[in-house]
Write a protein of this length. Structure first.
Length: 167
């Protein structure tokens, strides 16, 4: 049960109101303890809001990265703290979920993860059967020219066209 104390009165607060409140809480270190606590909330709606925060504690990141709700995972990709936290093993686990939106987010931002070797991520993603994933690699301006050359012979026309962007 969650409640909000205003003056001397305490009010019950439901998950929808709490979700709205989380989205309004400034992304500031002063709010880190509250955000960390809400990362454990039973409502995925609340956890989704928490996951999109840029300032997250390591314990909140660990909690959220194990979430079963794929939308919580997707929202983590907007978090600066997550980009600094994510390891190759964690990213590999996300890739194994085979959620196309998650795969596209990784392909679009493979260079943003401080603790991952981009070439390791690309080695896995470049051979993904869904052309949308490969398209995101071809459209990423950080994709090495060598991989773009490979993608220029892709089986999908859109991927081939995107890979020819600088030739």
């Amino acid at each position: 049960m969650y409640s909000l104390k205003v003056g001397s009165k305490e009010f019950q607060i439901g998950h929808e109101a709490l979700s709205s409140l989380v989205s309004s809480i400034p992304d500031h270190p002063d709010n880190l303890e509250l955000i960390t606590e809400l990362a454990k909330h039973p409502s995925a709606v609340v956890r989704r809001q928490v996951a999109s925060k840029s300032k997250l504690s390591e314990s909140a990141l660990i909690e959220l990265s194990k979430d079963k709700d794929h939308d919580v995972i997707k929202n983590l990709f907007y978090s600066d703290a997550f980009k600094k936290f994510a390891t190759f093993e964690l990213m590999k686990n996300f890739i194994e979920l085979n959620d196309i939106e998650i795969l596209r987010m990784i392909a679009s931002n493979f260079e943003s993860f401080d603790n991952c070797d981009p070439s390791e991520l690309l080695t896995i993603l470049i051979s993904h059967p869904d052309p949308y994933v490969r398209l995101n690699i071809a459209q990423n301006w950080s994709t090495p020219k060598k991989l773009l050359k490979t993608l220029r012979t892709d089986t999908d026309a859109d991927v081939r066209i995107a890979a020819h962007r600088d030739s």
